[in-house]
Design a protein around this ligand. Structure first.
Ligand code: HXC
Length: 514
């Protein structure tokens, strides 16, 4: 064959593979409001940068007439590309080919690109759209999942791993996304569950739709399995690209530096927090009055909103924000908000991202529900994560810092590098009302006018403890600052901590309260 004919033959073969599962299956995919696997990859990466590998891989199943079936690329597309000029590895399951089900060779393609991403120290983006373990391939499918989970764990904390759920992700398949750093879901398209509606009906006799069981909203709001929720695939791809600008390519690097910008919001920072400590406000307004260009990229926005986490930039560099949200449940810590914050703190620590903590909380949420849900174990995660983190850690106490909440929110005692407090800060074992009721109960009960006595004792307690000066007198906070100086001081603290280097005792690993 001449070179020209060879090239024509190659092109013909490639165009066959590019047909995926065929026109009918692609039509069905589009009807469901879904893009095809290749189009999804092309929508995320820089134009013309995608290189696909293992295009001609075929399945090796022989049972159940599988030997008569051609499954193009075995239902998954893998390759490398660039996003904003930096390399990434990607895979995308192709639902049009055998429902994107995972058999031996399908799994081998995924593990090949995973190995590549770990070896090359570049992020891995996995697009999941699959009926799960390929039923005809039995234990080979299960082995394939196991190989993926192992690699997810190995790569954890070394390279960023992003999972995009753009279709079903059922059964054990959900555990790969769960082991990765960030999970993206899209309204009406993403479905994640261990046991589907069919099994639930058979075993429990309960009817439930896939959407109600494990749709995008469920994972963004209720389970906390998803970190980013989008209304469309297009919006989801924009979120992925944005996230990529905030994080480093691997754990030995820092995130890309951008041109520093001043905040752009008009409201003055000192006007955001109401004078009455019982009045709520949106902590995101404080964050936006601090960050470059007033930009804040929030993570897990719809789950446990009593804590806010996300990325912003300070003087051009990425910073992670962990902030109590007084607008929701007064910003208390509970099981979910502790999980949410702890995982994010560990992410920032693994990837060299300094953490700024903004504190205003009345403590941990009391109640039987929380106690029985394991608030002791979950609440301990945030203590562990902050104590363990060695990246620069800076705290600003804005208003309340009560009880365990004071300690947990990156206090000096967990080795914060800098602790600043606004003059409005109240640092004490508990709120004045509760404290007065307990400590002065006898005086209040025996007083001629118990209510007047109660108010007097509350005021006494407030004057004595509900301020930052007692903590400042012990050196637990470094400086009491005027609100308008917050950004300037944070920039200075970040500059001073840029080369922070500490190490703990030698150990294989700790045992966090998982
Ligand atoms: C083989 C599969 C498949 C699977 C789908 N297909 N899932 N083939 N193994 N797991 C095939 C279908 O036979 C069909 O092939 C094509 O993909 C499209 O599927 P449809 O059913 O027509 O699509 P749809 O109606 O959209 O339904 C999607 C679905 C459904 C809800 C995902 O296919 C489904 O319930 N699949 C099974 C899900 C499941 O239980 N998987 C196993 C989970 S257990 P044709 O040839 O007709 O086009 C598991 C264990 C892993 O994953 C454990 C790891 C630790």
């Amino acid at each position: 064959m001449s070179l020209k004919r060879n090239i024509l033959d190659l092109r013909k073969r490639k165009s066959e593979v590019l047909k995926g599962g065929g026109d009918k299956a692609i039509e069905k995919q589009v009807e469901m409001g879904k893009m095809t696997a290749r189009d999804r990859i092309l929508s995320i990466v820089d134009e013309g940068s995608f290189h696909e590998y293992d295009m001609f891989v075929e399945h090796v199943a022989r049972d159940f007439d599988m030997d008569k079936k051609v499954l193009h690329g075995d239902g998954v597309i893998i390759g490398t590309a660039t996003i904003y000029g930096s390399p990434v590895c990607l895979f995308a399951q192709d639902f049009t080919v055998a429902g994107g089900s995972l058999g031996l060779m399908h799994a081998r393609k995924i593990t090949k690109i995973m190995d590549h991403s770990l070896k090359m120290r570049v992020p891995l983006i996995g697009i999941n759209d699959s009926g799960g373990a390929r039923i005809q391939e039995g234990v080979d499918s299960l082995a394939g999942y196991g190989e993926i989970f192992f690699r997810n764990t190995l790569a954890s904390g070394v390279i960023p791993q992003l999972s995009v759920i753009l279709g079903p992700c059922a059964g054990g398949a959900v555990y790969s996304p769960a082991l990765t750093d960030f999970v993206f879901v899209v309204d009406n398209i993403s479905k994640m569950f261990i046991t589907g509606p069919g099994v639930i009906k058979t075993v429990l006799g309960e009817e439930i739709s896939m959407e109600e069981l494990g749709g995008a909203k469920v994972h963004a709001e209720v389970t906390g399995n998803a970190h980013f929720y989008a209304a469309s695939e297009k919006e989801c791809f924009e979120q992925i690209k944005k996230l990529i600008t905030y994080i480093p390519w691997n754990n030995t690097q820092k995130a890309r530096r951008f041109e520093p910008k001043e905040p752009t919001v008009k409201t003055k920072i000192e006007e955001i927090v109401p004078a009455d400590p019982k009045q709520p406000y949106d902590i995101r307004d404080i964050i936006k009055s601090i960050t470059d260009g007033s930009e804040f990229f929030e993570i897990m926005e719809h789950f446990a909103p009593n804590i806010v986490i996300g990325f912003g930039r300070m003087n051009g560099d990425t910073v992670g924000f962990v902030a109590n949200q007084p607008k929701y449940l007064a910003g208390v810590l509970d099981c979910d908000s502790s999980d949410k914050a702890a995982r994010f703190i560990r992410y920032c620590d693994a990837f060299n991202i300094p953490i700024i903590t903004l504190e205003d909380l009345p403590g941990y949420l009391p109640g039987v529900d929380q106690e029985h849900a394991g608030v002791i174990r979950h609440g301990a995660k945030i203590l562990y994560a902050y104590s363990e983190a060695t990246v620069p850690k800076i705290t600003v106490i804005i208003r309340k810092a009560y009880g365990g909440g004071y300690i947990a929110m990156n206090s000096r005692h967990l080795r914060a590098d800098f602790v600043f407090a606004w003059p409005t800060a109240e640092i004490a074992v508990m709120g004045p009302e509760g404290a007065a009721n307990i400590v002065f109960r006898k005086e209040i009960d025996e007083a001629e006018n118990p209510e007047a006595m109660r108010q007097q004792k509350i005021q006494e307690y407030k004057d004595k403890f509900a301020n930052p000066y007692v903590a400042a007198a012990r050196g637990y906070i470094d400086e009491i600052i005027e609100p308008q100086d917050t950004r300037r001081l944070l920039l200075h603290a970040l500059q001073v901590s840029a080369n922070k280097a500490i190490s703990g005792p030698n150990k294989k690993h700790g045992i966090p309260p998982f």
